[in-house]
Design a binder for this molecule. Sequence first.
Ligand code: KIV
Ligand code: ZN
Length: 505
Amino acid sequence: MDNNRLFIFDTTLRDGEQVPGCQLNTVEKIQVAKQLEALGVDVIEAGFPVSSPGDFNSVIEISKAVTWPTICALTRAVQKDIDVAAEALKYAKHKRIHTGIGTSPSHIKYKFNSTPEEIIERAVAAVKYAKRYVEDVEFYAEDAGRTDNEYLARVIDAVCKAGATVCNIPDTTGFRTPYEYGEKIKYLYEHVDAFAAGRAILSTHCHNDLGMATANTVAGVLNGARQVEVTINGIGERAGNTSLEEVAMIFKTHPDLGIHTNINTQKIYPTSRMVSSLMNMPVQPNKAIVGRNAFAHSSGIHQDGVLKNVSTYEIMDPKEVGIDDNAIVLTARSGRAALKHRLSVLGVELEQEKLDKIYEEFLKLADKKKEINDDDVLMLAGADRSDNHHIKLDYLQVTSGVGVRSVASLGLNIAGELFEAAATGNGPVDAAISALKQIIKRNMTLKEFTIQAISKGSDDVGKVHMQVEYNNQLYYGFGANTDIIAASVEAYIDCINKFKTPSAL
Ligand code: KIV
Ligand code: ZN
């Protein structure tokens, strides 16, 4: 066995997808899973099958769609969960059940009202039960970050003896410092025989609450872990998980560390764009590796240096992560073949009929904007996501200006019937939403509203993310349009379409 090979376990579709507003449908999850396969990840955590029929179905379909990576399904240390996970994995060519239980004092006391010894028994029973279905069983000790090392080693030793092949040590709350997390991994490596004997490997799973997820992950690897649990763009609950692209590029730019992965780094950027676009989750401009500014040198001194020799301020070539400045720019004169090629570089393969439809939309957008970039292309590819919506925006007209109240009139198509209303408001968005509320008479409150231009230029497509509260529940919506007022109304309508009963006026 190659002792320096680091296995990449991607949990974008499980831990990442748990983020409110980032939910994908099965078709979108398959698209991401196939892109992860092309990227070269070793394990895809495809979902938590017992949690919902949607998750169950996604694990089945992802298992059918991908060939090389191991497909992993999450469970609690509960027999029913394990039965359902095994069923969902039935088509996977390589399968893994990921089961586990909380091991920290607060989890044992408050979550399980249990004792340390009983937790060990439950952990061992779950691993043994999962082993009845699959050879490859991963165990997670939830909140291992805040679990005492000596007790954690007893838990991990017991589950390895029960047959666990991978032991996941999550810093669930993102609390540990790199030194502490590295020491924890080292302690486990030295106190549990299975690791040095090669019967099991240690896995890191770090959260970013204190901004230390990547540093903790690297510390874990340098102290003996050989699997890292990561997500694209570091997406994940709260401050997110360790980001795949950072870990992959750290080991690539530091060959002296002697660790290598199977990641085809040139697929990093297209994968990042795809995940960001499908999950409607913008990447912060200064995000390492994949942020818009990651390779932009703006200060005069830096620009001068880079022009003389790129190595002055650049530690990696943007091409290594798949950023190609020379990529053909799409314009209104580009043909279907160019659009198809760009989509395929971005991991989207389309049937002819859908390509024709997107091409028509592409030409309309290209008439409004001079250059069509990757984000636009991905947005167009996902634009029909609202085709099945019960409520659609039929038309919108707004007048606004300085020193006058804005006036909006709009038409909604609700299940084929046109409803119209007009209203004034404190600005164009307020007027348009007031008109909308005259048709959809629900007690809804706008909780969050962000507008983001996709790249540059006043002709750019604006993306709007919204949260609307209705019936004590938050709904997340998204809209994209060169007209930001229309994008805002589309985002609001997207929220309403997600209500349990969107049709009632
Ligand atoms: O953060 C965590 O502890 C987890 C486990 C369920 C693996 O995501
Ligand atoms: Zn997690």
